[in-house]
Design a protein around this ligand. Structure first.
Ligand code: ADP
Length: 593
Protein backbone atom coordinates (compact mmCIF):
# COMPACT_ATOMS: atom_id res chain seq x y z
CA UNK A 1 0.00 0.00 0.00
CA UNK A 2 1.31 3.41 -0.77
CA UNK A 3 0.29 4.96 2.54
CA UNK A 4 2.34 2.46 4.52
CA UNK A 5 5.48 2.90 2.44
CA UNK A 6 5.36 6.65 2.21
CA UNK A 7 6.99 8.43 5.09
CA UNK A 8 5.03 11.69 5.02
CA UNK A 9 1.40 10.98 5.72
CA UNK A 10 -0.43 13.81 7.44
CA UNK A 11 -3.17 13.23 9.97
CA UNK A 12 -5.56 15.66 11.58
CA UNK A 13 -4.81 16.28 15.28
CA UNK A 14 -8.30 16.14 16.84
CA UNK A 15 -11.26 13.77 16.85
CA UNK A 16 -13.13 16.27 14.72
CA UNK A 17 -16.89 16.53 14.50
CA UNK A 18 -19.27 19.31 13.57
CA UNK A 19 -20.13 21.07 16.86
CA UNK A 20 -23.68 22.09 17.74
CA UNK A 21 -24.37 25.67 16.65
CA UNK A 22 -21.96 25.47 13.71
CA UNK A 23 -23.29 27.11 10.54
CA UNK A 24 -25.11 25.00 7.94
CA UNK A 25 -23.43 23.59 4.85
CA UNK A 26 -25.49 25.92 2.64
CA UNK A 27 -24.10 28.94 4.54
CA UNK A 28 -20.51 28.18 3.50
CA UNK A 29 -21.08 26.58 0.08
CA UNK A 30 -20.58 28.74 -2.97
CA UNK A 31 -20.08 26.08 -5.64
CA UNK A 32 -22.44 27.78 -8.12
CA UNK A 33 -20.08 30.76 -8.21
CA UNK A 34 -17.51 28.63 -10.03
CA UNK A 35 -19.75 28.78 -13.11
CA UNK A 36 -20.56 32.46 -12.72
CA UNK A 37 -16.96 33.63 -12.45
CA UNK A 38 -15.24 34.88 -15.61
CA UNK A 39 -14.61 32.04 -18.08
CA UNK A 40 -11.00 31.26 -18.93
CA UNK A 41 -10.14 29.15 -21.98
CA UNK A 42 -8.69 25.77 -21.06
CA UNK A 43 -4.91 26.06 -20.73
CA UNK A 44 -3.94 22.81 -22.49
CA UNK A 45 -0.28 23.62 -22.51
CA UNK A 46 -0.17 24.00 -18.76
CA UNK A 47 -2.24 20.87 -18.43
CA UNK A 48 0.13 18.88 -20.63
CA UNK A 49 3.13 20.11 -18.68
CA UNK A 50 1.45 19.03 -15.48
CA UNK A 51 0.63 15.59 -16.91
CA UNK A 52 4.20 15.11 -18.12
CA UNK A 53 5.45 16.03 -14.63
CA UNK A 54 3.11 13.46 -13.12
CA UNK A 55 4.23 10.80 -15.60
CA UNK A 56 7.85 11.54 -14.81
CA UNK A 57 7.14 11.26 -11.10
CA UNK A 58 5.51 7.90 -11.75
CA UNK A 59 8.68 6.62 -13.37
CA UNK A 60 11.22 8.29 -11.10
CA UNK A 61 9.57 8.18 -7.75
CA UNK A 62 6.34 6.20 -7.91
CA UNK A 63 5.61 6.35 -4.18
CA UNK A 64 5.60 10.13 -4.33
CA UNK A 65 3.00 10.31 -7.05
CA UNK A 66 0.35 11.79 -4.75
CA UNK A 67 2.76 14.34 -3.28
CA UNK A 68 3.75 15.33 -6.82
CA UNK A 69 0.06 15.74 -7.60
CA UNK A 70 -0.41 18.07 -4.59
CA UNK A 71 2.55 20.17 -5.62
CA UNK A 72 1.41 20.38 -9.23
CA UNK A 73 -2.05 21.51 -8.08
CA UNK A 74 -0.43 24.19 -5.93
CA UNK A 75 1.43 25.34 -9.00
CA UNK A 76 -1.32 25.21 -11.61
CA UNK A 77 -4.12 26.66 -9.48
CA UNK A 78 -1.87 29.22 -7.85
CA UNK A 79 -3.49 28.46 -4.47
CA UNK A 80 -1.83 28.67 -1.02
CA UNK A 81 -2.28 25.09 0.17
CA UNK A 82 -3.21 21.90 -1.63
CA UNK A 83 -3.36 18.23 -0.88
CA UNK A 84 -5.25 14.96 -0.84
CA UNK A 85 -7.50 13.41 1.75
CA UNK A 86 -8.06 9.67 1.40
CA UNK A 87 -10.07 7.18 3.39
CA UNK A 88 -7.87 4.69 5.20
CA UNK A 89 -8.09 1.03 4.20
CA UNK A 90 -6.96 -0.68 7.37
CA UNK A 91 -9.79 0.50 9.66
CA UNK A 92 -12.52 -0.13 7.08
CA UNK A 93 -12.50 3.40 5.62
CA UNK A 94 -13.74 5.10 8.77
CA UNK A 95 -11.02 7.77 8.88
CA UNK A 96 -9.26 10.18 6.54
CA UNK A 97 -5.57 10.64 6.27
CA UNK A 98 -3.67 13.11 4.16
CA UNK A 99 -1.16 11.26 1.96
CA UNK A 100 0.09 14.52 0.47
CA UNK A 101 0.07 18.21 1.38
CA UNK A 102 1.76 21.13 -0.36
CA UNK A 103 2.04 24.83 0.50
CA UNK A 104 1.00 26.53 3.74
CA UNK A 105 -0.75 23.60 5.29
CA UNK A 106 2.29 21.37 5.03
CA UNK A 107 3.38 22.64 8.41
CA UNK A 108 0.17 21.42 10.06
CA UNK A 109 0.29 17.72 10.62
CA UNK A 110 -1.69 15.58 12.98
CA UNK A 111 -3.47 12.27 13.69
CA UNK A 112 -6.29 10.48 11.84
CA UNK A 113 -9.64 12.12 11.32
CA UNK A 114 -13.16 10.65 11.34
CA UNK A 115 -15.05 9.63 8.19
CA UNK A 116 -17.49 12.55 8.41
CA UNK A 117 -14.52 14.87 8.80
CA UNK A 118 -14.97 18.42 7.53
CA UNK A 119 -15.42 19.41 3.91
CA UNK A 120 -13.99 16.05 2.67
CA UNK A 121 -16.84 14.13 4.34
CA UNK A 122 -19.38 16.45 2.73
CA UNK A 123 -17.78 16.01 -0.73
CA UNK A 124 -17.89 12.22 -0.42
CA UNK A 125 -21.50 12.36 0.77
CA UNK A 126 -22.52 14.45 -2.25
CA UNK A 127 -20.01 12.86 -4.63
CA UNK A 128 -19.37 16.13 -6.53
CA UNK A 129 -17.02 19.11 -6.53
CA UNK A 130 -17.74 21.64 -3.76
CA UNK A 131 -16.43 25.15 -3.19
CA UNK A 132 -16.41 26.42 0.43
CA UNK A 133 -15.94 29.87 1.81
CA UNK A 134 -14.48 30.24 5.31
CA UNK A 135 -15.18 26.66 6.11
CA UNK A 136 -13.87 27.11 9.67
CA UNK A 137 -17.34 28.54 10.45
CA UNK A 138 -18.70 25.06 10.06
CA UNK A 139 -15.57 23.16 11.04
CA UNK A 140 -14.11 25.30 13.87
CA UNK A 141 -11.52 22.64 14.72
CA UNK A 142 -9.37 24.00 11.85
CA UNK A 143 -8.98 27.38 13.56
CA UNK A 144 -6.23 26.61 16.07
CA UNK A 145 -4.03 24.65 13.69
CA UNK A 146 -4.26 26.13 10.23
CA UNK A 147 -4.28 29.62 8.79
CA UNK A 148 -7.83 30.81 7.99
CA UNK A 149 -9.10 29.61 4.61
CA UNK A 150 -10.73 32.11 2.31
CA UNK A 151 -11.85 29.54 -0.23
CA UNK A 152 -11.41 25.80 -0.48
CA UNK A 153 -12.07 23.86 -3.69
CA UNK A 154 -12.47 20.13 -3.35
CA UNK A 155 -12.91 17.59 -6.18
CA UNK A 156 -13.61 13.92 -5.53
CA UNK A 157 -10.73 11.49 -6.03
CA UNK A 158 -11.84 8.17 -7.53
CA UNK A 159 -10.22 4.78 -7.39
CA UNK A 160 -11.80 2.07 -9.52
CA UNK A 161 -14.86 4.31 -10.06
CA UNK A 162 -15.40 4.79 -6.32
CA UNK A 163 -14.92 8.12 -4.59
CA UNK A 164 -12.37 7.44 -1.86
CA UNK A 165 -11.15 10.92 -1.06
CA UNK A 166 -10.69 14.46 -2.30
CA UNK A 167 -8.09 16.69 -3.95
CA UNK A 168 -8.25 20.11 -2.46
CA UNK A 169 -6.87 23.56 -3.04
CA UNK A 170 -7.10 26.39 -0.49
CA UNK A 171 -6.61 30.11 -0.69
CA UNK A 172 -5.87 31.86 2.57
CA UNK A 173 -6.49 35.46 1.41
CA UNK A 174 -8.51 36.98 -1.41
CA UNK A 175 -5.46 37.13 -3.69
CA UNK A 176 -7.34 34.96 -6.18
CA UNK A 177 -10.65 33.11 -6.50
CA UNK A 178 -11.18 29.60 -7.89
CA UNK A 179 -13.06 29.13 -11.13
CA UNK A 180 -14.30 26.28 -13.31
CA UNK A 181 -10.93 26.00 -15.09
CA UNK A 182 -9.36 25.14 -11.69
CA UNK A 183 -12.01 22.47 -11.22
CA UNK A 184 -11.40 21.05 -14.72
CA UNK A 185 -7.67 20.84 -14.34
CA UNK A 186 -7.91 19.34 -10.86
CA UNK A 187 -10.27 16.70 -12.25
CA UNK A 188 -7.98 15.83 -15.12
CA UNK A 189 -4.90 15.62 -12.92
CA UNK A 190 -6.91 13.69 -10.32
CA UNK A 191 -7.92 11.08 -12.93
CA UNK A 192 -4.36 10.65 -14.10
CA UNK A 193 -3.05 10.45 -10.55
CA UNK A 194 -5.71 7.91 -9.66
CA UNK A 195 -4.64 5.56 -12.46
CA UNK A 196 -0.98 6.10 -11.55
CA UNK A 197 -1.75 5.50 -7.89
CA UNK A 198 -3.55 2.24 -8.68
CA UNK A 199 -0.67 1.08 -10.84
CA UNK A 200 1.81 1.72 -8.07
CA UNK A 201 -0.54 0.07 -5.64
CA UNK A 202 -0.89 -3.09 -7.74
CA UNK A 203 2.88 -3.25 -8.08
CA UNK A 204 3.03 -2.94 -4.31
CA UNK A 205 0.38 -5.64 -3.89
CA UNK A 206 2.32 -7.88 -6.20
CA UNK A 207 5.48 -7.27 -4.21
CA UNK A 208 3.65 -8.08 -1.00
CA UNK A 209 2.23 -11.25 -2.53
CA UNK A 210 5.67 -12.32 -3.69
CA UNK A 211 7.08 -11.59 -0.24
CA UNK A 212 4.23 -13.55 1.40
CA UNK A 213 4.78 -16.50 -0.94
CA UNK A 214 8.51 -16.47 -0.29
CA UNK A 215 7.81 -16.41 3.43
CA UNK A 216 5.39 -19.35 3.13
CA UNK A 217 7.91 -21.31 1.07
CA UNK A 218 10.63 -20.66 3.61
CA UNK A 219 8.31 -21.81 6.40
CA UNK A 220 7.37 -24.91 4.41
CA UNK A 221 11.00 -25.74 3.77
CA UNK A 222 11.72 -25.41 7.48
CA UNK A 223 8.73 -27.62 8.27
CA UNK A 224 9.77 -30.19 5.69
CA UNK A 225 13.28 -30.40 7.04
CA UNK A 226 11.87 -30.75 10.58
CA UNK A 227 9.50 -33.42 9.32
CA UNK A 228 12.27 -35.20 7.50
CA UNK A 229 14.27 -35.31 10.71
CA UNK A 230 11.28 -36.74 12.57
CA UNK A 231 10.66 -39.38 9.89
CA UNK A 232 14.34 -40.29 9.93
CA UNK A 233 14.10 -40.68 13.68
CA UNK A 234 11.07 -42.93 13.24
CA UNK A 235 12.90 -45.04 10.66
CA UNK A 236 15.99 -45.38 12.83
CA UNK A 237 14.07 -46.10 16.01
CA UNK A 238 13.04 -49.43 14.43
CA UNK A 239 9.79 -49.53 16.36
CA UNK A 240 7.84 -50.32 13.22
CA UNK A 241 9.00 -51.69 9.92
CA UNK A 242 9.39 -49.05 7.23
CA UNK A 243 10.32 -49.55 3.63
CA UNK A 244 10.51 -47.45 0.50
CA UNK A 245 8.86 -49.13 -2.46
CA UNK A 246 8.16 -48.54 -6.08
CA UNK A 247 5.02 -49.57 -7.96
CA UNK A 248 7.04 -52.03 -10.09
CA UNK A 249 7.48 -54.24 -7.00
CA UNK A 250 10.94 -53.22 -5.77
CA UNK A 251 11.93 -52.49 -2.21
CA UNK A 252 14.33 -49.59 -2.58
CA UNK A 253 15.24 -49.15 1.08
CA UNK A 254 14.09 -50.51 4.43
CA UNK A 255 14.89 -50.14 8.09
CA UNK A 256 16.18 -52.98 10.31
CA UNK A 257 12.75 -53.51 11.86
CA UNK A 258 11.27 -54.38 8.47
CA UNK A 259 14.18 -56.67 7.56
CA UNK A 260 13.73 -58.44 10.90
CA UNK A 261 9.99 -58.98 10.24
CA UNK A 262 10.68 -60.72 6.92
CA UNK A 263 13.93 -62.36 8.07
CA UNK A 264 16.20 -60.87 5.40
CA UNK A 265 19.54 -59.10 5.77
CA UNK A 266 20.78 -55.79 4.43
CA UNK A 267 22.78 -57.71 1.77
CA UNK A 268 19.53 -59.05 0.32
CA UNK A 269 18.19 -55.51 0.22
CA UNK A 270 21.28 -54.02 -1.40
CA UNK A 271 21.42 -56.78 -4.01
CA UNK A 272 17.91 -55.76 -5.10
CA UNK A 273 16.58 -59.30 -4.48
CA UNK A 274 13.84 -58.07 -2.17
CA UNK A 275 10.58 -57.56 -4.05
CA UNK A 276 7.44 -56.73 -2.10
CA UNK A 277 5.31 -58.46 -4.69
CA UNK A 278 7.22 -61.72 -4.16
CA UNK A 279 7.10 -61.39 -0.39
CA UNK A 280 3.31 -61.46 -0.63
CA UNK A 281 1.52 -64.86 -0.71
CA UNK A 282 -0.78 -65.38 -3.72
CA UNK A 283 -4.06 -65.00 -1.81
CA UNK A 284 -3.09 -61.48 -0.69
CA UNK A 285 -2.25 -60.23 -4.17
CA UNK A 286 -5.85 -59.03 -4.84
CA UNK A 287 -5.86 -57.01 -1.63
CA UNK A 288 -2.48 -55.57 -2.60
CA UNK A 289 -3.70 -54.60 -6.05
CA UNK A 290 -6.68 -52.83 -4.53
CA UNK A 291 -4.32 -50.79 -2.30
CA UNK A 292 -2.08 -50.01 -5.26
CA UNK A 293 -5.11 -48.55 -7.06
CA UNK A 294 -5.91 -46.56 -3.91
CA UNK A 295 -2.34 -45.24 -3.82
CA UNK A 296 -2.46 -44.29 -7.47
CA UNK A 297 -5.67 -42.31 -7.09
CA UNK A 298 -5.44 -40.83 -3.58
CA UNK A 299 -1.75 -41.10 -2.74
CA UNK A 300 -2.42 -43.09 0.45
CA UNK A 301 -3.46 -46.64 1.36
CA UNK A 302 -5.39 -47.17 4.57
CA UNK A 303 -3.71 -49.73 6.87
CA UNK A 304 -4.85 -53.29 6.17
CA UNK A 305 -3.97 -56.73 7.45
CA UNK A 306 -2.12 -59.13 5.21
CA UNK A 307 0.78 -61.61 5.33
CA UNK A 308 4.38 -61.62 4.12
CA UNK A 309 6.57 -64.63 3.51
CA UNK A 310 9.40 -64.85 6.01
CA UNK A 311 12.74 -65.91 4.52
CA UNK A 312 12.30 -69.30 6.22
CA UNK A 313 9.00 -69.85 4.38
CA UNK A 314 6.74 -69.09 7.34
CA UNK A 315 4.02 -66.53 7.02
CA UNK A 316 4.10 -63.34 9.06
CA UNK A 317 0.79 -61.58 9.76
CA UNK A 318 1.27 -57.81 9.38
CA UNK A 319 -0.60 -54.52 9.27
CA UNK A 320 0.51 -52.39 6.32
CA UNK A 321 -0.29 -48.80 5.36
CA UNK A 322 1.42 -46.60 2.83
CA UNK A 323 1.68 -43.35 0.97
CA UNK A 324 3.26 -42.20 -2.27
CA UNK A 325 5.89 -39.49 -2.31
CA UNK A 326 4.65 -36.17 -3.52
CA UNK A 327 7.44 -35.49 -5.97
CA UNK A 328 8.19 -39.02 -7.18
CA UNK A 329 4.72 -40.45 -7.30
CA UNK A 330 5.84 -43.89 -8.60
CA UNK A 331 7.54 -44.46 -5.26
CA UNK A 332 6.30 -44.33 -1.71
CA UNK A 333 6.78 -45.41 1.88
CA UNK A 334 5.08 -48.29 3.70
CA UNK A 335 4.68 -48.82 7.43
CA UNK A 336 4.62 -52.43 8.60
CA UNK A 337 3.54 -53.65 12.00
CA UNK A 338 4.28 -57.27 12.96
CA UNK A 339 1.02 -58.81 14.18
CA UNK A 340 2.48 -62.21 15.13
CA UNK A 341 2.22 -61.65 18.88
CA UNK A 342 -1.21 -60.10 18.62
CA UNK A 343 -2.49 -62.96 16.45
CA UNK A 344 -1.02 -65.48 18.86
CA UNK A 345 -2.71 -63.75 21.80
CA UNK A 346 -5.99 -63.59 19.89
CA UNK A 347 -5.77 -67.29 19.10
CA UNK A 348 -5.05 -68.05 22.75
CA UNK A 349 -8.05 -65.97 23.83
CA UNK A 350 -10.26 -67.71 21.27
CA UNK A 351 -9.04 -71.11 22.46
CA UNK A 352 -9.63 -70.29 26.11
CA UNK A 353 -13.08 -68.96 25.25
CA UNK A 354 -13.80 -72.18 23.40
CA UNK A 355 -12.57 -74.23 26.35
CA UNK A 356 -14.61 -72.12 28.73
CA UNK A 357 -17.84 -72.63 26.83
CA UNK A 358 -17.03 -76.31 26.46
CA UNK A 359 -16.58 -76.61 30.22
CA UNK A 360 -19.77 -74.66 30.73
CA UNK A 361 -21.63 -77.02 28.44
CA UNK A 362 -20.23 -80.01 30.21
CA UNK A 363 -21.19 -78.52 33.54
CA UNK A 364 -24.69 -77.78 32.30
CA UNK A 365 -24.95 -81.30 31.00
CA UNK A 366 -23.74 -82.77 34.28
CA UNK A 367 -26.29 -80.64 36.12
CA UNK A 368 -29.07 -81.85 33.83
CA UNK A 369 -28.11 -85.46 34.28
CA UNK A 370 -27.87 -84.99 38.05
CA UNK A 371 -31.28 -83.30 38.17
CA UNK A 372 -32.79 -86.02 36.03
CA UNK A 373 -31.18 -88.58 38.32
CA UNK A 374 -32.79 -86.82 41.24
CA UNK A 375 -36.12 -87.09 39.44
CA UNK A 376 -35.61 -90.66 38.27
CA UNK A 377 -38.18 -92.19 40.63
CA UNK A 378 -40.88 -89.71 39.61
CA UNK A 379 -39.92 -89.95 35.96
CA UNK A 380 -39.99 -93.73 36.05
CA UNK A 381 -43.52 -93.39 37.27
CA UNK A 382 -44.29 -91.12 34.30
CA UNK A 383 -43.00 -93.82 31.95
CA UNK A 384 -44.39 -96.81 33.72
CA UNK A 385 -47.92 -95.41 33.76
CA UNK A 386 -48.48 -95.35 29.98
CA UNK A 387 -46.64 -98.65 29.58
CA UNK A 388 -48.92 -100.27 32.17
CA UNK A 389 -51.91 -98.73 30.43
CA UNK A 390 -50.62 -100.14 27.10
CA UNK A 391 -50.49 -103.61 28.58
CA UNK A 392 -53.99 -103.22 30.01
CA UNK A 393 -55.52 -102.02 26.74
CA UNK A 394 -53.75 -104.80 24.82
CA UNK A 395 -55.24 -107.39 27.20
CA UNK A 396 -58.70 -105.89 26.77
CA UNK A 397 -58.26 -106.04 23.01
CA UNK A 398 -57.23 -109.70 23.26
CA UNK A 399 -60.33 -110.49 25.32
CA UNK A 400 -62.61 -108.86 22.71
CA UNK A 401 -60.86 -110.78 19.93
CA UNK A 402 -61.15 -114.10 21.79
CA UNK A 403 -64.87 -113.62 22.50
CA UNK A 404 -67.39 -115.72 20.53
CA UNK A 405 -68.19 -114.05 18.27
CA UNK A 406 -65.17 -111.70 18.45
CA UNK A 407 -66.18 -108.10 19.18
CA UNK A 408 -64.09 -106.40 16.58
CA UNK A 409 -65.32 -102.88 17.22
CA UNK A 410 -64.40 -102.97 20.92
CA UNK A 411 -61.09 -104.68 20.08
CA UNK A 412 -60.29 -101.87 17.56
CA UNK A 413 -61.01 -99.20 20.19
CA UNK A 414 -58.86 -100.96 22.80
CA UNK A 415 -55.99 -101.29 20.30
CA UNK A 416 -56.33 -97.55 19.42
CA UNK A 417 -55.95 -96.70 23.11
CA UNK A 418 -52.93 -99.07 23.27
CA UNK A 419 -51.22 -97.14 20.46
CA UNK A 420 -51.99 -93.81 22.16
CA UNK A 421 -50.51 -94.92 25.48
CA UNK A 422 -47.48 -96.40 23.73
CA UNK A 423 -46.89 -93.05 21.98
CA UNK A 424 -47.23 -91.28 25.33
CA UNK A 425 -44.50 -93.46 26.80
CA UNK A 426 -42.31 -92.85 23.74
CA UNK A 427 -42.82 -89.08 24.05
CA UNK A 428 -41.75 -89.09 27.70
CA UNK A 429 -38.70 -91.20 26.90
CA UNK A 430 -37.82 -88.92 23.98
CA UNK A 431 -37.87 -85.85 26.23
CA UNK A 432 -35.77 -87.58 28.87
CA UNK A 433 -33.30 -88.67 26.24
CA UNK A 434 -33.06 -85.15 24.85
CA UNK A 435 -32.32 -83.74 28.30
CA UNK A 436 -29.75 -86.37 29.15
CA UNK A 437 -28.02 -86.47 25.77
CA UNK A 438 -24.79 -84.57 25.49
CA UNK A 439 -25.09 -82.31 22.48
CA UNK A 440 -23.51 -79.03 21.36
CA UNK A 441 -25.68 -75.96 21.90
CA UNK A 442 -28.15 -75.25 19.11
CA UNK A 443 -30.11 -72.29 17.84
CA UNK A 444 -33.72 -73.45 17.43
CA UNK A 445 -36.74 -71.27 16.92
CA UNK A 446 -38.91 -72.28 19.81
CA UNK A 447 -42.21 -71.55 21.36
CA UNK A 448 -41.54 -71.11 25.09
CA UNK A 449 -44.98 -72.23 26.37
CA UNK A 450 -44.64 -75.66 24.70
CA UNK A 451 -41.15 -76.10 26.14
CA UNK A 452 -42.44 -75.21 29.63
CA UNK A 453 -45.39 -77.63 29.39
CA UNK A 454 -43.00 -80.48 28.51
CA UNK A 455 -40.91 -79.76 31.61
CA UNK A 456 -44.02 -79.62 33.79
CA UNK A 457 -45.04 -83.01 32.38
CA UNK A 458 -41.67 -84.46 33.36
CA UNK A 459 -41.83 -83.04 36.88
CA UNK A 460 -45.47 -83.86 37.50
CA UNK A 461 -44.55 -86.93 39.53
CA UNK A 462 -42.16 -84.95 41.75
CA UNK A 463 -44.69 -82.16 42.16
CA UNK A 464 -47.50 -84.43 43.27
CA UNK A 465 -45.18 -86.51 45.44
CA UNK A 466 -44.46 -83.29 47.40
CA UNK A 467 -48.14 -82.34 47.52
CA UNK A 468 -47.62 -79.17 45.52
CA UNK A 469 -50.41 -77.76 43.43
CA UNK A 470 -49.19 -76.34 40.15
CA UNK A 471 -50.85 -73.65 38.10
CA UNK A 472 -49.90 -72.13 34.78
CA UNK A 473 -50.72 -68.71 33.30
CA UNK A 474 -49.16 -68.93 29.89
CA UNK A 475 -49.76 -65.89 27.69
CA UNK A 476 -50.96 -66.52 24.18
CA UNK A 477 -49.37 -65.20 21.03
CA UNK A 478 -45.89 -64.82 22.46
CA UNK A 479 -43.11 -64.19 19.98
CA UNK A 480 -40.79 -67.09 19.13
CA UNK A 481 -37.40 -67.34 20.82
CA UNK A 482 -34.11 -68.26 19.22
CA UNK A 483 -32.07 -70.59 21.35
CA UNK A 484 -31.27 -74.05 22.61
CA UNK A 485 -34.50 -75.77 23.60
CA UNK A 486 -32.82 -78.30 25.91
CA UNK A 487 -30.81 -75.62 27.75
CA UNK A 488 -33.85 -73.39 28.29
CA UNK A 489 -35.84 -76.39 29.51
CA UNK A 490 -32.99 -77.08 31.93
CA UNK A 491 -33.45 -73.55 33.35
CA UNK A 492 -37.22 -74.11 33.89
CA UNK A 493 -36.52 -77.56 35.34
CA UNK A 494 -34.03 -76.11 37.86
CA UNK A 495 -36.42 -73.34 38.88
CA UNK A 496 -39.31 -75.80 39.36
CA UNK A 497 -37.20 -78.29 41.34
CA UNK A 498 -35.81 -75.50 43.57
CA UNK A 499 -39.33 -74.18 44.21
CA UNK A 500 -40.65 -77.66 45.05
CA UNK A 501 -37.70 -78.32 47.37
CA UNK A 502 -38.11 -74.93 49.10
CA UNK A 503 -41.82 -75.55 49.69
CA UNK A 504 -41.37 -79.10 50.93
CA UNK A 505 -38.99 -77.73 53.57
CA UNK A 506 -41.94 -76.05 55.33
CA UNK A 507 -44.70 -78.16 56.68
CA UNK A 508 -47.36 -75.52 57.11
CA UNK A 509 -49.43 -73.70 54.55
CA UNK A 510 -50.49 -74.51 51.03
CA UNK A 511 -47.74 -75.43 48.59
CA UNK A 512 -48.49 -73.51 45.46
CA UNK A 513 -46.42 -73.23 42.36
CA UNK A 514 -47.35 -70.73 39.63
CA UNK A 515 -45.56 -70.75 36.33
CA UNK A 516 -46.39 -67.83 34.10
CA UNK A 517 -45.22 -66.29 30.85
CA UNK A 518 -45.86 -62.90 29.30
CA UNK A 519 -44.51 -60.20 27.05
CA UNK A 520 -41.84 -58.00 28.54
CA UNK A 521 -41.88 -54.23 27.97
CA UNK A 522 -38.63 -54.53 25.99
CA UNK A 523 -40.31 -56.91 23.55
CA UNK A 524 -38.78 -60.09 25.02
CA UNK A 525 -40.53 -62.96 26.75
CA UNK A 526 -40.82 -63.00 30.54
CA UNK A 527 -40.93 -66.35 32.38
CA UNK A 528 -41.73 -66.38 36.12
CA UNK A 529 -41.70 -69.30 38.59
CA UNK A 530 -43.43 -68.31 41.83
CA UNK A 531 -43.66 -70.50 44.93
CA UNK A 532 -45.21 -70.17 48.37
CA UNK A 533 -42.06 -71.42 50.11
CA UNK A 534 -40.07 -69.76 52.94
CA UNK A 535 -38.70 -66.99 50.71
CA UNK A 536 -35.11 -65.77 50.65
CA UNK A 537 -33.01 -64.13 53.32
CA UNK A 538 -30.95 -61.06 52.23
CA UNK A 539 -27.73 -63.10 52.09
CA UNK A 540 -29.37 -65.60 49.76
CA UNK A 541 -30.66 -62.84 47.48
CA UNK A 542 -27.12 -61.51 47.08
CA UNK A 543 -25.44 -64.88 46.52
CA UNK A 544 -28.18 -66.96 44.93
CA UNK A 545 -26.54 -67.15 41.52
CA UNK A 546 -22.98 -67.69 42.82
CA UNK A 547 -21.41 -71.02 41.96
CA UNK A 548 -21.36 -73.44 44.91
CA UNK A 549 -23.76 -71.32 46.97
CA UNK A 550 -26.19 -73.73 48.61
CA UNK A 551 -28.22 -73.96 51.82
CA UNK A 552 -29.17 -77.57 51.24
CA UNK A 553 -27.36 -80.39 53.05
CA UNK A 554 -26.75 -82.38 49.86
CA UNK A 555 -26.82 -79.37 47.53
CA UNK A 556 -24.17 -78.55 44.94
CA UNK A 557 -25.02 -74.88 44.57
CA UNK A 558 -24.49 -75.03 40.81
CA UNK A 559 -28.11 -75.03 39.56
CA UNK A 560 -28.82 -71.29 39.54
CA UNK A 561 -25.29 -70.39 38.49
CA UNK A 562 -25.73 -72.60 35.42
CA UNK A 563 -29.21 -71.11 34.85
CA UNK A 564 -27.66 -67.65 34.76
CA UNK A 565 -24.95 -68.66 32.27
CA UNK A 566 -27.58 -70.21 30.00
CA UNK A 567 -29.93 -67.21 30.15
CA UNK A 568 -27.09 -64.73 29.61
CA UNK A 569 -25.73 -66.77 26.70
CA UNK A 570 -29.20 -66.28 25.19
CA UNK A 571 -28.84 -62.51 25.66
CA UNK A 572 -31.31 -62.50 28.57
CA UNK A 573 -31.25 -61.86 32.29
CA UNK A 574 -32.42 -63.76 35.37
CA UNK A 575 -33.14 -62.49 38.88
CA UNK A 576 -34.92 -63.41 42.12
CA UNK A 577 -37.28 -61.41 44.25
CA UNK A 578 -39.07 -61.99 47.51
CA UNK A 579 -42.84 -61.86 47.23
CA UNK A 580 -45.25 -60.03 49.55
CA UNK A 581 -46.85 -63.32 50.60
CA UNK A 582 -44.30 -65.83 51.85
CA UNK A 583 -42.44 -67.21 48.90
CA UNK A 584 -40.00 -66.48 46.12
CA UNK A 585 -40.32 -65.56 42.50
CA UNK A 586 -37.57 -66.25 40.01
CA UNK A 587 -37.94 -64.48 36.70
CA UNK A 588 -36.06 -64.34 33.49
CA UNK A 589 -36.35 -62.31 30.33
CA UNK A 590 -35.38 -63.90 27.04
CA UNK A 591 -34.95 -61.59 24.09
CA UNK A 592 -36.71 -62.43 20.85
CA UNK A 593 -34.87 -63.37 17.68
P1 ADP B 1 -28.70 -76.04 45.05
O1 ADP B 1 -30.11 -76.28 44.66
O2 ADP B 1 -27.77 -77.16 44.75
O3 ADP B 1 -28.53 -75.50 46.44
P2 ADP B 1 -28.93 -73.75 43.38
O4 ADP B 1 -27.91 -72.95 42.74
O5 ADP B 1 -30.02 -74.32 42.52
O6 ADP B 1 -28.16 -74.90 44.12
O7 ADP B 1 -29.59 -72.91 44.54
C1 ADP B 1 -28.77 -72.17 45.41
C2 ADP B 1 -29.51 -71.80 46.68
O8 ADP B 1 -30.53 -70.85 46.39
C3 ADP B 1 -30.28 -72.89 47.31
O9 ADP B 1 -29.44 -73.69 48.15
C4 ADP B 1 -31.31 -72.15 48.11
O10 ADP B 1 -30.79 -71.67 49.34
C5 ADP B 1 -31.60 -70.93 47.29
N1 ADP B 1 -32.85 -71.05 46.49
C6 ADP B 1 -32.97 -71.36 45.20
N2 ADP B 1 -34.29 -71.34 44.83
C7 ADP B 1 -34.98 -71.01 45.91
C8 ADP B 1 -36.40 -70.82 46.17
N3 ADP B 1 -37.31 -70.97 45.21
N4 ADP B 1 -36.76 -70.47 47.44
C9 ADP B 1 -35.84 -70.31 48.39
N5 ADP B 1 -34.51 -70.44 48.22
C10 ADP B 1 -34.08 -70.81 47.00
Amino acid sequence: MIETTQSTNYFFPVEASIPPGAVSLEAILCTEELRRRAWRPPDHEKENRALVALARALVESPFNILQTLAEIILDVTQCDSSGLSLLTKDDGGKRFYWPAIAGEWKRHIGRGTPRDFGPCGDVLDQNRTLLFRHFERRYPYFIPITPAAEECLLVPFYIGGKAVGTIWAITHGDRRKFDSEDERIMNTLGQFASVAYQTVESIEDLKLQIAAREQAETALRALASGLEAKIRHLVNANIIGIFIWSFDGRIIDANDAFLRIVGYGRDDLVSGRLLWKELTPAEWRNADEQRVRELETTGTAQPYEKEYFHKNGDRVPVLVGGATFEKKSDEGVAFVLDLTDRKRAEAAIRESERRYSEVQNELAHANRVATMGQLSASIAHEVIQPIAATVNYAQVALRFLNAQPPNLEEARQALGATVKQGNRATDVLERIRALIKKAPPRKDTLEINGAILEVIALTRGEISKNRVSVQTQLAEGLPLIQGDRVQLQQVILNLIINAVEAMSAVSEGARELLISTGKDASGGVLVAVRDSGPGLNPESVARLFDAFYTTKPGGMGMGLSICRSIVEAHGGRIWASVTAAPGTVLQCILPVG
